[in-house]
Design a protein around this ligand. Sequence first.
Ligand code: NAP
Length: 245
Amino acid sequence: MKLEGKVALITGAGRGIGRAIALELAGEGADLVVADISQGPVDETRAEIEALGRKALALVGDVTSLESMEQVTAKALESFSRIDILVNNAGITKDNLFMRMSGDEWKAVMSVNLDGVFNSTRPVVKTMIKQRSGRIINISSVVGFSGNPGQVNYSSTKAALMGFTKSLARELGSRGVTCNAVAPGFIQTDMTDKLADEHKKALLSQIPLGRMGSAQDIAKAVSFLASDDAGYITGTVIHVNGGMY
Ligand code: NAP
């Protein structure tokens, strides 16, 4: 097992890709702090982690609030005394053509997807620097690289995460802390279930591997970046998109 003795904190871990990452890391031996905007879903994630024989703490953590994420970090440290891996996974979409996009749709996505990464990372970094080791993994998106009509807000946040990732990697490298991103393509989750069938068909036609990805495809890449095997990788991105970009 690649992550025995490690403690991982994951945001947005109540469902979808976040839950899959939590279970994958638990399967590799990590103990988990799973946070999400509401308690019920992370309690379910916690039960699944415990069934794998690992310890888990399930907390409400709203990534739009620095105070909330400071509390999550404090509780995580109270229980486990260390945080080795932070996965910034929480994210939302509020799609609209730019001509029709409201200020609220713009701000809501900035607040979760970009401010959220600052709010979740800032409290954890001090601990990782003290430990002189740590892994920060940001969940970006293929559309942060390719662009996508109807997603000017969302793709802007996901592109911005790459600036965040590269700059933080440069700041923390000398302290033994790496910072990388995973950019999923078109992944089967609640987020993509709400797309119209026609839109899904058009997207599928652009994927050389001919299928949507699974949340587990993303979790495997995160697990690699979190492991010692990725010790010399920082400031970069792994694209997991079936070849669509
Ligand atoms: P999802 O199924 O919608 O899950 C996102 C989770 O984040 C939900 O549990 C959600 O809670 C939570 N969340 C929302 N606002 C939050 C907040 N303020 N604080 C904390 N948690 C919050 O999405 P997903 O498809 O698993 O996506 C996970 C990540 O992958 C996101 O960053 C997304 O942008 C990225 N991604 C996904 C795809 C894809 O095809 N699915 C592709 C590229 C990138 P609620 O359920 O209560 O809203």
